[in-house]
Design a protein around this ligand. Structure first.
Ligand code: F6R
Length: 241
């Protein structure tokens, strides 16, 4: 628990920069799983600052994002492709062909999801996965009922999730109804996981995830069984623990 979200994000950015350096020193690229939403923005800002200070390079980093809205082209301002370029990729030295996100416009969704899983496996699996948490307890877009062993697939978005996204889209009717998300099983296979949650509106679900029963009704509760998963919270998000 940190006093402010900026403190949590600076600490995590230092940890991730150290991880990239030590993996690169062992002679291979570091594989990062990344998240979108408002929560990780100060984390990406801290990574960019470390990069600009010459303290971390992303030349030997491969990224896989958790999810993408179905039906949105990459150029749409609310696509996660656009978000990631705006918030991180445009400001660091990552090679364009090291960046992976599910596609929002795709003919054969199941085939695309299989290819995404295969690309993660071909990269050697995810070294570090960044997560936020939705008010439904979702990690990625694994809404209540997502099985523990689920893999990358199409998911119907929960009404609460769509409501939370409505302001950014300028109205509920503009929010896509489905997405492609890594599954709980895909996420849990990451070697190290950090979940960020900030603000009082996350306090109740943070308590359920950390101290409630392990259940598919709260996907984040599966993290209780992961050998190297940490929550980075501010005081407001930790208020009910
Ligand atoms: C984002 C994602 C989601 C968000 C969650 C919280 O890629 O997969 O799980 O992390 O919806 O969103 P914010 O941070 O906007 O509260």
């Amino acid at each position: 628990v940190f006093r402010r979200k900026e403190d949590a994000c600076r600490q995590l950015a230092l940890d991730v920069a150290g991880l990239i350096e030590s993996i690169n020193a062992s002679g291979r690229p570091a594989v990062l799983g990344l998240a979108t939403g408002s929560t990780p923005i100060p984390f990406y800002k801290a990574l960019i600052e470390l990069h600009q200070a010459g303290k971390v390079s992303f030349q030997q980093v491969i990224t896989f994002n958790l999810d993408e809205y179905l039906g949105l082209p990459r150029e749409h301002p609310e696509s996660y492709w656009s978000f990631m370029h705006r918030q991180l990729f445009d400001h660091i030295d990552i090679p364009a062909d090291h960046i992976h996100l599910p596609r929002g416009i795709v003919d054969d969704v199941p085939a695309h999801c299989r290819e995404y899983e295969q690309a993660i496996a071909d990269a050697g699996g995810i070294d570090f996965q960044l997560l936020g948490i939705g008010r439904t307890g979702h990690i990625g877009f694994n809404e209540p009922g997502s099985p523990r062993d689920s893999r990358t697939r199409e998911i119907h978005l929960d009404p609460i999730t769509r409501q939370d996204a409505a302001p950014a889209f300028g109205g509920l009717d503009q929010v896509p109804t489905s997405a492609i998300t890594m599954g709980c099983g895909t996420i849990l296979a990451a070697r190290r996981i950090a979940l960020l949650a900030f603000g009082s509106h996350k306090a109740a679900i943070v308590k359920d995830a950390l101290q409630g029963p392990i259940t598919d009704q709260v996907s984040a509760s599966f993290l209780q069984e992961h050998p190297d998963a940490n929550f980075y919270l501010d005081q407001e998000a930790s208020a009910e623990l």
